[in-house]
Design a protein around this ligand. Structure first.
Ligand code: FES
Length: 157
């Protein structure tokens, strides 16, 4: 049995308490836990299974079925790469290949060190300066693989 960190136990108990007795309450409980902790930690699963008289596999099944639910803490850095037409015409695919290799992950995943969440975006309004990316909400234009390396290095990646 995994040792529960106190914040996980607290968040899970609070979510269970807020939705106690409601039919079909697993979904609102999961949303509640993710809202509190930013993700649904593994340690919450046995507590939920016991409290709701479900198997751990059933709880896991729901968490993994819905892409909205995160099983790992959100990464500190979010890198969005534009995949829309103008950026594609200006080399976004090569940029995407380079970034996937560098981070060791695909879109909708975290880098192998867990620091970077890689996400696609569809037009940042910078088409005249393609290809474009967004790094932690900050747009950058005319991006090359070496520029992306430099921007990530500035963030400690
Ligand atoms: S297509 Fe990439 S910014 Fe518009």
């Amino acid at each position: 049995m995994p040792t529960l960190e106190d914040p996980v136990r607290l968040a899970t108990e609070q979510a269970l308490g807020r939705h106690a007795g409601q039919p079909g309450n697993l979904m609102p409980i999961l949303h509640d836990i993710q809202h509190q902790l930013g993700h649904i930690p593994e340690a919450a699963v046995p507590m939920l299974a016991n409290a709701l008289q479900l198997s751990r596999a059933e709880v896991h099944g729901v968490i993994s079925f819905y892409p909205h639910f995160r099983q790992a803490a959100p990464a500190g850095i979010t890198l969005e790469i534009c995949r829309a037409e103008s950026c594609q015409a200006m080399g976004a695919n090569a940029l995407i290949d380079h970034t996937r290799k560098k981070l060791g992950c695909d879109f909708h995943e975290h880098s192998t060190d867990g620091k970077v969440a890689l996400e696609p975006v569809y037009c940042l309004g910078l088409c005249a300066q393609s290809p474009a990316i967004m790094l932690n909400g900050q747009p950058h234009a005319r991006i090359t693989p070496s520029k992306i390396d430099r921007l990530l290095a500035e963030k400690g990646v």
